[in-house]
Design a protein around this ligand. Structure first.
Ligand SMILES: C[S@@+](CC[C@H](N)C(=O)[O-])C[C@H]1O[C@@H](n2cnc3c(N)ncnc32)[C@H](O)[C@@H]1O
Length: 263
């Protein structure tokens, strides 16, 4: 109940008329000067390798956008003020969306040893629900950050063991498995996906690959939404590119984990 910004106040700050004097416009070079500026930039700063500092600037910009996004999407907090974990978020959304009342498709992207997928197998009790866990099972295909480099989460191809007949796994890069899998799939059931692949590239790939199939009511869980250069940025790019309408269903740990529903 508490901690929800007044929607009217949020709306007023987001008035498009105010955005007319944005810095963005000041830095926009008039069309007629662009070839000259491009040529000048190529001959001067083009000699410098500013990739690393520019990534830093991009990261700062992404944090600004993330901070703005979370302000525009207030999440209801538990009345008792206690911190909740992702298991609590899964359960509360399963209840709110009555996810146990229908045979849904649940796909997880980023399985590792299966911790979150096994939690989902316990929570979703419908006997006809179907689960698919996608992962290389040889770790991250590229560096994510200093502590999780290429190959982090490598389980040497060992697929998690479960006796639950509703669950299967697709081993390999999402980029190699998903399009083929989706092409053969009947998307008539509600699709619930859990994105826990950490990387911008992987998250963006999954969202864009599934974009033609998403329908009203499908649900997306993010495990690291707070990572503004990765899951958040991928979601932001996906929403912009496909003009996706969505509703935020919930979140925990200050937007570390977030859940949205396609409208
Ligand atoms: C943080 S781990 C998943 C953790 C798991 N969901 C849990 O809660 O224990 C991230 C996983 O994403 C997988 N991954 C990332 N990008 C991938 C890609 N493009 N294709 C396949 N797997 C990928 C990695 O192999 C890694 O196992």
């Amino acid at each position: 109940m508490a901690n929800i910004a007044h929607p009217a106040a949020v709306q007023a700050e987001y008035d498009p008329a105010r955005r007319r004097i944005s810095l963005n416009r000041i830095f926009q070079i008039p069309q007629m000067f662009r070839p000259a500026v491009s040529s000048f930039a190529g001959a001067t700063i083009g000699h410098l390798n500013l990739e690393r500092p520019s990534i830093g600037l991009t990261a700062i910009a992404a944090w600004f956008r993330f901070a703005r996004w979370r302000r525009m999407h207030p999440i209801e907090r538990p009345a008792d003020g206690k911190r909740r974990d992702r298991g609590w978020m899964y359960r509360s959304i399963v209840e709110k969306e009555r996810l146990n009342s229908e045979p849904l498709d649940f796909w997880e992207f980023g399985v590792f040893r299966g911790e979150s997928l096994f939690t989902w197998l316990n929570i979703i009790s419908h006997p006809d629900a179907r689960f698919v866990g996608f992962d290389t099972f040889t770790g991250l295909p590229e560096r994510w950050r200093a502590t999780e480099v290429e190959g982090a989460f490598n389980v040497h191809g060992r697929i998690p063991e479960t006796k639950d007949q509703r669950c299967r796994f697709e081993a390999g890069l999402f980029q190699d498995t998903l399009l083929v899998f989706a092409g053969r799939h009947d998307f008539s059931r509600r699709l619930v996906i859990h994105l826990d692949a950490d990387l911008y590239s992987s998250t963006l790939f999954v969202l864009t690959a599934l974009a033609p199939y998403f329908k009203r009511g499908d649900i997306i869980f993010f495990d690291n939404f707070i990572c503004s250069m990765d899951e958040f940025r991928a979601f932001e790019d996906f929403v912009k590119a496909f003009r996706v309408k969505y509703e935020v269903l919930g979140g925990v740990q200050e937007y570390l984990r977030v859940c949205v529903k396609i409208l």
